[in-house]
Design a protein around this ligand. Sequence first.
Ligand code: HEM
Ligand code: HEM
Length: 185
Amino acid sequence: MPNTTEASSDTPTLRYRPSQRILHWTMAIVIISALGLGLYCSYLVPGSALRRGLLDVHKSLGMTALALIAIRLPLRFSFGEPAYRQPLDALNHYAARGVHILLYGLMILMPLAGYTTSAAGGHDLPWFGLFQWPNLLPLDKPLERMAAEIHEYGAYCLYAIVSLHVVAALWHHLFRKDEVLRRML
Ligand code: HEM
Ligand code: HEM
């Protein structure tokens, strides 16, 4: 990913490109909704009409995330990130970088594991009732079970890392009163 260059301290806060900001916030809403719905579904009776209906919405949100990450990553590689007016200290810089890389990894892994669970299990892959995504996998129950486990443990990681990310963003904004949140607004 292109390097951050240091901006002078009398320049205004540099923000991510509008396309990057729109994608960040759209994906944040989509992914947090998918996490919440997935968690709720895991408490519902397997095979019940409510669970099936909500899982269809969950899958539609998850496939939306997969389509959006395919647009977002090339933009990230070509635009990079904006320079900081006041560069973060090394610890904060590397912690943020590490968390962002993990978030990108999970944004790819989670939809792919979800897709594999559904497709290898021979289930429908709807998109908000408008169309069906193609099922590219043969029926394979062991693969379905393995993908479901990866999906479940990935979800635990995502809960933890998204929580850390949101708390860090609020901490920067409310307590350190720096430019970190404004770069994404
Ligand atoms: C960013 C995207 C996604 C997130 C954050 C996410 C999150 C979750 C969570 C938290 C659960 C409940 C925990 C579990 O039982 O695994 C779950 C379950 C599930 N998700 Fe996803 N998911 C995503 C994408 C997808 C996609 C794209 C599909 C399929 C097309 C999918 C299919 C499923 C299925 C079938 C279950 C139930 C698994 C089971 O009961 O064993 N998910 N998801
Ligand atoms: C209320 C929720 C959220 C807030 C307040 C928030 C805030 C922020 C802020 C302020 C940045 C810029 C950090 C910087 O410039 O160093 C950022 C970047 C980022 N956020 Fe979030 N975020 C939220 C939700 C999410 C979610 C749910 C995800 C994905 C699962 C996510 C993924 C990312 C990634 C990957 C970056 C790095 C962007 C890049 O450099 O390409 N965020 N977020």
